[in-house]
Design a protein around this ligand. Sequence first.
Ligand SMILES: C[S@@+](CC[C@H](N)C(=O)[O-])C[C@H]1O[C@@H](n2cnc3c(N)ncnc32)[C@H](O)[C@@H]1O
Length: 113
Amino acid sequence: MKNYERYLETTAEEYDKKTIMSYFCKTPSDRKILPFISEIKGKKILDVGLGTGYYTKFLINNNVVVGVDRNPHLCKLSIKLYDGDATELAKLVKAEKFDIVFSTWMTEYLDEE
Ligand SMILES: C[S@@+](CC[C@H](N)C(=O)[O-])C[C@H]1O[C@@H](n2cnc3c(N)ncnc32)[C@H](O)[C@@H]1O
């Protein structure tokens, strides 16, 4: 089983429920990530493994954002979304160009290779 398959049956609402881990991990990291994100303007961004788009929703205020996820059903935002694997980005986006590739809380799902 691939790591991302754990979300196949998960709804966006279930995914976004706050857990104890949210307070220990996400809240402290948000203090750094959210000010950083708010500085990004006028870019075309590829958000890899965007999930429900927790950070994407801040990025889309000032940028064009395209998402990639193996569980695209989680994202309800009106953005272009690729259903595909982060390890095959070139095959997915082909000739489409981006200024920034953004990814949060996703790389731990990839195997070592
Ligand atoms: C913990 S969530 C993080 C979501 C969001 N980036 C955030 O910071 O809240 C990880 C997301 O990465 C996706 N994902 C994991 N491995 C992936 C892969 N190999 N290719 C594409 N998406 C993947 C999962 O489906 C899930 O939506």
